[in-house]
Write a protein that binds this ligand. Structure first.
Ligand code: DI6
Ligand code: FE
Length: 403
């Protein structure tokens, strides 16, 4: 079927800009990488396979977008206009807009409708070389609504050649019917929604929005407890709008990642380092809400915390479907290096999903999932904005996107 040798390519197999092979080749058998290295060293056993000439293009692992909310109904362009007129993201949330307005639109949509609205967002990611994506729930905020979102996420993974990881984010916002009763809502999340949806096989990980407009440390901990009882990996939206100590809590519970982190302090960084918790930075949200406080990259570097980058694709704070634009923003706005940015959408992003052995790196025995780029140097991935750089996406050895 897809058995072939891909050659005449520059290889960046680990998403490491200092570890590349010029004039390389990748041999694929049964959808997996059978061999890779310098073309001149191609073992004889692969000599008879069909060959695909990539014309000197660069090849990286398929990119990983490890934090998205891309399944939702409607959009919030009006709210954007309100913010331009002076309202803050928090003002709008407190006035019943924000996340809750997307909850209304998502609840009102049928499953088919939600699938139709969400699919183009995934298609856009795929066309930029993304072969693995995380999709969160969190706009249903009741059992049926959350189930609908997670089912749509699963169906997207069946319909498109992208590995979809689902994250249950029932604790994203307080639904209006629980107004003034946030502890009761957390009970609903922990005692009913999470166990039911986990039993239905819809949950790969559990996340919570720990923030003063979200849920408290104590409430977040209850969610972690319920998820851990089920053996589900943990993630947290932490220190996005204030320094609430969420990252420390996430680390204490051995979370895969803590995400956003503009307000993260050194204690939080050290706790994350000790726990192996990945820092997921989301420059699209930083940019779109016109945040001015940048995440503490120097501290993250100094303590050796792996940093991932993601789109946070969502209608309120990051209405983007371009992971490459996030590389550009991470470099220009956060002063990350090109090498850090590329690691952030390959091996570190895979680690943030708990999937380091499956995604984010090309090596013998792994799925042949890679992106082919029409660039002369890897720095171009972060340099251009708005330019279609991805020429081809290969998943399990088959071309699934071609430009
Ligand atoms: N933080 C975010 O940036 C998104 N969710 C979250 O917890 C925003 C989601 C939205 O505004 O719709
Ligand atoms: Fe988010």
């Amino acid at each position: 079927m897809s058995d072939a040798v891909w050659y005449h390519l520059n290889l960046c197999a680990r998403g490491d800009v200092d570890d590349t092979v010029a004039d390389a080749a990748i041999a694929v058998r049964d959808g997996r990488i059978a061999w890779l290295g310098a073309f001149a060293a191609l073992p004889h056993e692969f000599a008879s396979l069909p060959r695909h000439d990539l014309g000197g293009a660069w090849v990286t692992p398929g990119l990983v977008d490890c934090h998205t909310h891309l399944v939702y109904g409607g959009q919030r362009a009006d709210e954007f206009a309100q913010r331009l007129a002076g309202a803050s993201y928090e003002d709008i949330a407190r006035a019943g807009g924000g996340i809750v307005s997307t909850v209304r639109a998502t609840r009102a949509a049928s499953e088919e409708d939600l699938l139709r609205q969400s699919a183009p967002r995934l298609e856009a990611l795929l066309a930029e070389g993304v072969t693995a994506v995380e999709i969160k729930s969190g706009y249903g905020l009741d059992l049926d609504g959350e189930r609908k979102m997670l089912r749509v996420a699963r169906r997207l993974g069946e319909r498109y050649p992208v590995a979809v990881h689902t994250t249950f984010l029932g604790a994203h916002a307080l639904p209006p019917e629980f107004f003034g009763r946030s502890d009761d809502y957390i009970s609903e999340v922990c005692d009913r929604m999470l166990p039911t949806l986990a039993d239905e096989g819809l949950i790969d990980a559990v996340d919570v929005f720990c923030e003063n407009i979200g849920f408290s440390l104590a409430q977040s901990e209850r969610v972690f407890e319920a998820a851990s009882r089920r053996g589900l990996p943990l993630k947290m939206h932490a220190e996005q709008l204030s320094n609430g100590g969420g990252a420390r809590l996430a680390a204490r519970w051995g979370a895969l990642s803590a995400d956003h982190l503009e307000w993260l302090d050194e204690e939080g960084v050290m706790a994350m380092r000790a726990a192996g918790t990945v820092a997921v930075l989301l420059p699209g949200a930083y940019y779109f809400i016109r945040e001015t406080r940048v995440p503490p990259l120097d501290l993250l570097r100094r303590h050796g915390v792996p940093v991932a980058l993601s789109t946070d694709s969502n209608p309120g704070t990051s209405p983007t479907t371009s992971l490459l634009l996030m590389l550009n923003m991470a470099c220009t706005l956060f002063r990350m290096t090109v090498g850090e940015a590329l690691a952030g959408v390959t091996r570190h992003a895979a680690q943030a999903l708990g999937e380091s052995r499956r995604h984010g790196c090309l090596e013998i025995g792994r799925d042949a999932d890679f992106a082919v780029w029409g660039i002369d140097t890897l720095a171009e991935l972060a340099y251009w904005s708005g330019r279609p750089l991805c020429r081809r996406v290969v998943r399990h050895g088959e071309t699934v996107f071609l430009r």
